[in-house]
Design a protein around this ligand. Sequence first.
Ligand code: NAI
Length: 337
Amino acid sequence: MKTDRVTLIQGDGIGPEITAATLEVIEAAGVKINWEKVEAGQDVIAEQGTPLPDSVIQSLKKNGTGLKGPLTTPVGSGFRSINVTLRQELTLFANLRPVKSLPGVSSLFRDIDLVIVRENTEDLYSGVEHMVGSDAAESIKIITRRASERIARFAFDYALKYGRKKVTAVHKANILKLSDGLFLDSVRLVAKEYPRIEFNDVIVDNAAMQLVINPHQFDLLVAPNLYGDILSDLCAGLIGGLGLAPGINIGEKVSLFEPVHGSAPDIAGKDLANPTAMILSAIFMLHHLGEGNAADRIEKALAEHYKEGKLLTADLGGNTGTRKMASALAERIAKMG
Ligand code: NAI
């Protein structure tokens, strides 16, 4: 039996709680993973002088696959975002954020099944910022043809592979004529190579409204970094909240699986976090590792869990703790045999 080696970053805030829950569920599905646990985030700064020690990058480069909890980036000055740095250092150029309704979860809409493909390396997240005197600041938005075509090609290839029929480019090219104009031109050019996939584009503010009014019109949205980030939280809200939204960072050599949400300091350490987003991220990881059978069983257990609707975490109106939810899922999986 093969054992996969995977880098594990449990993260800050609710990270350790949802990671423990996810590992319990994976173990119950009978998958043996050789975890390489590495530390990053707030707690390692004092010891290592950085929230992102080089050992983390090296481990991910070596193993090619990682599972990650959220990492805190304090607002204001200090260290650069660890998440942004990780994505740039490892050229994790595509951030795939599937948004799928879970049956039984009460939410604004039913039967949502769309995907956001977010460019993950540039835009305003390039981190090029400076003060102009003491009363003005400039942040540079960087958009390149290379990264825009790369994310467009990824989006269309994904659509072809997974039977998505329509790709929508999100932009603000009416105002940001050069940067978003270049993004839109690049996606339009790539779209011509995929005549079987319907293509349209929508301005980001309209996209936000359309998503709230009629999300079913969308199938796959491809967006520059910032719009993709914002719209994926919005989409998580459509299906019941951030506790249910998984994510995958994909590069040529490394794939890093992590929930969309952050470290949720308001509920950290209280056994209140919903582990579903991280468990769903792990399901995608198991497929990636060729453990489709285990992934399917965990997915089935989650579906049954939510259909039954009894043991819900606080974000969904229940009073079940993270640990109890994990053990209920593990038990359900074990019973499936
Ligand atoms: P957040 O996503 O951590 O929390 C937003 C709201 O959603 C909070 O009310 C929180 O309690 C709730 N929430 C999030 N995940 C939940 C879960 N699994 N179960 C139940 N409720 C959940 O966003 P916020 O507060 O803006 O960011 C906190 C920190 O996380 C910041 O330092 C931010 O930079 C970082 N962050 C890290 C990310 C990552 O590591 N990929 C992504 C987003 C934010």
